[in-house]
Design a protein around this ligand. Structure first.
Ligand SMILES: Nc1nc2c(c(=O)[nH]1)N[C@H]1C(S)=C(S)[C@@H](COP(=O)(O)OP(=O)(O)OC[C@H]3O[C@@H](n4cnc5c(=O)[nH]c(N)nc54)[C@H](O)[C@@H]3O)O[C@H]1N2
Ligand SMILES: Nc1nc2c(c(=O)[nH]1)N[C@H]1C(S)=C(S)[C@@H](COP(=O)(O)OP(=O)(O)OC[C@H]3O[C@@H](n4cnc5c(=O)[nH]c(N)nc54)[C@H](O)[C@@H]3O)O[C@H]1N2
Ligand SMILES: [Mo]
Length: 836
């Protein structure tokens, strides 16, 4: 146990991290405020000065001059630089910004032409009045509800939207559709869709979005840190609520900690570059980590250097899995280091060395998500658990595994912060909410959307049950960009022609907006007032998100659009609860404030939390300090201490290396214990349908498609397209030089990219980041070129397995050639015909 003194020291160190920003208590002279009257907060815009706001990429200080944004930086000085924070001005209005400036309707849709669906993406647009747009949407939603019921409306609307607990686009859509009588939703997410379904069977929890063993304990106890299929120096630039920045601080400190750092990634990612000679880089072939892990486990079982006692005490069915590893099951194949080496390309001796190293030292396996956005993606985190069980350090400080250190700052110690409220989905108007309780028949796995639109009535397997696709006639999308995020774009183009109506809200003419029928021009987060916490696991800060600039003339908040639609449908009072923007925010803030009043929780500077008016007027984030428990949190520590008293939420209460539940499902593509399955396309297959393994990880200088329309693009675009990384030997063989335009193609589609010839990718592998805006050369033609380089035009739209039905974005092969034609002009960042 830590003494109070060390804890206090830790807290002080922690507060030190954020010391560069004046605390609210230092800013506000309370006596003047009291004199001014307690409940006066200002919503006047700052015309010259600094405004504090926050985004997925963290808390920011935005400088304004004459009502225009001139600079935007981290709200806290001295933290690891995050370039995503620098382009706020562009997001409001820049060279590529491409704002939707007015409510618009597609011409042939407006004219009710019979073949209008065929013209989606290729049509002209017509500006309509806001009132007319509201009426069109309200009438159409009512029609579909009447004819098809809740089952006819798809509101899954997957996407990263913007930070903010009020202007939460997707929740607002769900609130409107729920109150109106229901909709078809989306199950799971694109991020960790396979892991979040398998892990509850194995560990009894979701695992993907849960707190990890705290970073201070990693720094103190881990001897070996394995960054496996993760690129934290890039991916920790963002978080779901807002980034607390702590993950980047710790991964930076780790560099010179003297620990053995191993990075396992086919590519020399920016994280590999960052650690340089302070880390060992091991490059397996893409999609082969499960085999590599098996080779390590086989070595451990063969040498006897594994933790038998841990396995006996804490796991279920390891013996059956061990039979598979040793080749005693039907396939008669020992999964030896040699066997693994043949598949993953890492040498037999290295695999054996890792087995010994992990067993002999306190080892933390930090995995990313990319490996599970692959065919049979369920297996990799299950296998990680099997490996960590053999090592036997789960539940020890600094040991075991953690699958979200790379994501939203897992391991950033949890603070004592009270939690603010947020807008909720609410209740169905007029009573019954049966459809919600029966979400099973009305939600489809998110990544099956194209399959669902194309095949109404089809029944699929999902995690032990059956789901029958409804017949969707109306798609309502806010806060997401499926024409960038979904696999096999050309299939989605076909699927998109099925519904009668597609409604999109966005700030920009994204490819998804261009593929809609009715679009609303939405305000950016810098044109509205909101609140968010930062630190998905730490709750480190409460951030004001003050309106920074005047809003674009015809733009609307998502909230306003839905409130107006609710009005037409007769449930406005229920939707708005009669509250204004600032009244909502005061209420959300007071949820936390009242909690703090009750518990006596103080902020990191030792002061009590200010009331809402003081907080809002002070215009600064509030910072809280980690608790003793937060600093000393060991994931599965209690389970390890007493597995009888603190069992896991699995059927056996133990770690299920063998799952009876999954065995009973009888799926061919997901067995009762973790296994190596050959992916549908990969480097080592026979009769490869294309030559190169396409890896499409998350972009360093964007959040998916967000920020593609900013000046950050100047830093990475090549020949005015998305870059493709090609190994020098492959480039030479294909006659491709740095800066050339490269056509990347396979049977699913074709894209144009700009060549970066570099040995950061191994031979036989190409990398195109996900997130480039889909830009069809001729939208009226099938399988037309995407001239901006959206990787998903080339990816495969099949499920990971019948268990999780998650996406397999990172399992694909493609060909490359130097593009010889005249380079088509980019239209990705210009409005469509008819729009200004
Ligand atoms: N090939 C490949 N594909 C992938 C992945 C991969 O690794 N490889 N990764 C997948 C993963 S993990 C994810 S999470 C998805 C991400 O997919 P998305 O979440 O769809 O990606 P974003 O670009 O964040 O899209 C958010 C959209 O919401 C809009 N928006 C922002 N704020 C607001 C708002 O307040 N109101 C409204 N109405 N709109 C707003 C933005 O302008 C943008 O168009 O991509 C997936 N696709
Ligand atoms: N800057 C930035 N940060 C982000 C995002 C973003 O778009 N931009 N997106 C956020 C979201 S929504 C999510 S879900 C997470 C995604 O987090 P991850 O899924 O972990 O991120 P990726 O970038 O897809 O992949 C991480 C690393 O895996 C490597 N990799 C690819 N294939 C393999 C393989 O077969 N084996 C191994 N061992 N490694 C492989 C890639 O080269 C990459 O370096 O990131 C979040 N953070
Ligand atoms: Mo994600």
């Amino acid at each position: 146990m830590k003494t109070i003194d060390t804890n206090r020291r830790n807290i002080l160190k922690y507060a030190g991290l954020f010391a560069s920003i004046p605390f609210v208590s230092q800013l506000v002279d309370k006596s003047t405020l009291l004199a001014a009257g307690a409940n006066k907060f200002s919503t006047d815009l700052v015309l010259n000065g600094d405004v504090y706001t926050a985004a997925h990429w963290g808390a920011m200080k935005v400088s304004v001059k004459n009502g225009k944004i001139v600079k935007s930086v981290n709200a806290f000085d001295g933290m690891v630089y995050n370039p995503l924070q620098s382009v706020t001005a562009d997001l409001v209005d820049g060279k590529y910004t491409n704002r939707i400036k007015a409510p618009m309707v597609r011409k042939s849709y407006l004219e009710k032409k019979k073949n209008n669906r065929e013209l989606r993406g290729a049509d002209e647009w017509v500006e309509v009045s806001y009132e007319q747009a509201i009426k069109l949407v309200a009438d159409e939603v009512a029609r579909v509800r009447k004819e098809k019921g809740a089952n006819g409306i798809y509101g899954g609307s997957y996407g990263w939207k913007s930070s903010g607990n009020l202007h939460n686009a997707r929740t607002l859509l769900h609130r409107y559709l729920t109150m109106g009588g229901g909709f078809v939703g989306g199950l799971g997410d694109y991020s960790a869709g396979a892991a979040q379904v398998i892990m509850p069977h194995v560990m009894g929890t979701l695992e993907t979005y849960e707190q990890q063993t705290s970073w201070p304990l990693i720094m103190e106890h881990s001897k070996v840190v394995v960054i496996w299929g993760a690129n934290p120096m890039d991916t920790l630039r963002i978080a779901w609520s807002s980034n607390d920045g702590v993950g980047l601080e710790y991964f930076t400190k780790l560099k010179n900690s003297g620990k053995k750092i191993i990075i396992i990634d086919p590519i020399k990612s920016n994280t590999v570059a960052f650690y340089g000679n302070k880390a060992e880089h091991i490059a397996p072939k893409p999609n082969t980590d499960v085999a590599m892990m098996l080779g390590i486990i086989h070595t451990m079982l063969s040498t006897g250097k594994y933790d038998k006692e841990f396995i006996e005490t804490y796991t279920e069915g390891f013996d059956k899995f061990a039979d598979y590893v040793m080749g005693k099951t039907a396939d008669k194949t020992p999964k030896s280091a040699k066997w693994a080496s043949n598949i993953c390309g890492v040498s037999e001796s290295k695999i054996k060395e890792l087995a010994d190293l992990f067993f002999a030292n306190r080892t933390m396996l930090m995995t990313g998500y990319n490996m599970q956005r692959q065919h049979h993606g369920e297996q990799v985190h299950w296998m990680t658990v099997a490996l960590a069980s053999a090592i036997g350090q789960i539940g020890l400080p600094g040991g075991g595994f953690g699958i979200s250190y790379h994501y939203a700052n897992g391991g950033s110690p949890t603070t004592n912060a009270p939690v603010i409220g947020g807008i909720t989905v609410g209740k169905a108007s007029g009573g019954g909410q049966e459809w919600l309780n029966d979400g099973s028949s009305l939600s489809i796995p998110v990544a099956r959307i194209a399959d669902c639109l194309l095949n109404p009535g089809k029944t699929i397997d999902y995690n032990g049950r059956k789901i029958t696709y409804p017949e969707i006639d109306l798609v309502y999308w806010v806060g997401g960009n499926p024409f960038v995020h979904h696999q096999d774009t050309n299939l989605l183009v076909k699927a998109w022609k099925k519904p009668s109506t597609i409604i999109v809200h966005d700030m920009y003419w994204t490819p998804t907006a261009k593929m809609g029928d009715i679009v609303f021009p939405i305000t950016t987060p810098y044109e509205r007032n909101d609140l968010t916490m930062s630190g998905d696991y730490s709750n480190l800060n409460i951030n004001p998100m003050k309106q920074v600039v005047k809003r674009m003339p015809k733009s609307k908040h998502d909230y306003e659009v839905f409130a107006d639609l609710a009005k037409v449908a007769g449930f406005e009072a229920q939707f708005t609860e009669g509250k204004s923007e600032m009244q909502w925010l005061e209420e959300f803030y007071n949820v936390a404030y009242n909690q703090a009043q009750k518990s006596g929780a103080l902020m990191a500077d030792g002061e009590p939390m200010p009331d809402f008016t003081t907080f809002w007027n002070a215009n600064r984030p509030l910072t809280f300090a980690p608790t003793e428990e937060g600093l000393n949190f060991v994931r599965y520590g209690e389970f390890r201490e007493d597995p009888i008293l603190n069992p896991l939420g699995t059927p056996s209460g133990k770690i299920e290396i063998y799952s009876e539940t999954i065995a009973k499902m009888g799926y061919k593509d997901c067995g009762a214990y973790p296994q190596w399955f050959e992916p549908i396309e990969w480097m080592g297959m026979k009769n490869k349908p294309a030559e190169f393994a396409l890896v499409s990880p998350h972009p360093s200088l964007r959040l998916h498609s967000q920020l593609n329309n900013t000046s950050l693009r100047n830093q990475y675009a090549v020949a005015d397209r998305e870059p493709i990384w090609i190994n020098p030997a492959d480039a030479k063989a294909k006659g491709i030089k740095n800066g050339d335009i490269v056509r990347v193609f396979n049977k699913r589609g074709q894209i144009l990219t700009g060549a970066v010839v570099s040995d950061i990718v191994p031979k036989g592998v190409i990398r195109v980041y996900e997130g480039a805006w889909y830009d069809p050369e001729n939208p009226a033609k099938e399988n037309t070129l995407c001239v901006n380089g959206n990787a998903n035009v080339l990816t495969i739209d099949i499920p990971t397995s019948e268990l999780a039905d998650a996406n397999i974005a990172n399992t694909a092969l493609a060909n490359i050639e130097k593009y010889k034609g005249k380079a088509p002009k980019l239209k990705a960042f210009t409005p469509p015909k008819g729009a200004k």
